[in-house]
Design a protein around this ligand. Structure first.
Ligand SMILES: [Zn+2]
Length: 145
């Protein structure tokens, strides 16, 4: 799984919300996925309604809800966070080490023999984790990256 950028997810969410039906009571577009057979609930006014024509929107609504919850948890200010997938974390650790100049330009054995798995594992303690769409992601809470 690739890394995620919360700004991209926010854009996707906006697109999904545009596509989604609106609440017949308040016009809001924050709807929860259907409960049971096509019963939807508005997250703004808590109006529950039956909407048989919205079948195609169920998946979108689930995705929108998942993204909304993720953004609320990891990026409530909307200033953008990078979520690094578990699989990419070792790579991230290498890049970070280079970025911060932790690795001299000219290194030779035995300094080339870094245990990146261990280094990544140590680095992970500075990160928060979140699970999205079945994948674990690491992020620095409140970072402006
Ligand atoms: Zn409503």
């Amino acid at each position: 799984m690739a890394n995620l950028d919360t700004r991209e997810l926010a854009e996707e969410l906006e697109g999904l919300e545009d596509e989604m039906p609106h609440c017949p009571n308040c016009g809001g577009d924050h709807l929860s996925p259907p409960f049971g057979p096509r019963i939807w609930k508005c997250l703004s006014c808590h109006f529950a309604f039956d909407e048989p024509d919205m079948k195609d929107s169920e998946e979108d609504a689930e995705r929108a809800t998942a993204i909304r919850e993720l953004l609320e948890e990891v990026d409530p200010d909307g200033d953008g966070e990078t979520l690094i997938s578990e699989d990419d974390f070792e790579e991230h650790a290498r890049e970070l080490a280079e970025e911060i100049g932790a690795i001299p330009d000219e290194i030779h054995w035995p300094f080339t023999c870094i245990d990146w798995k261990q280094a990544a594992s140590d680095l992970q303690t500075d990160y928060s984790t979140v699970t999205f769409d079945g994948t674990d992601y690491y992020y620095v809470f409140g970072s402006l990256s």
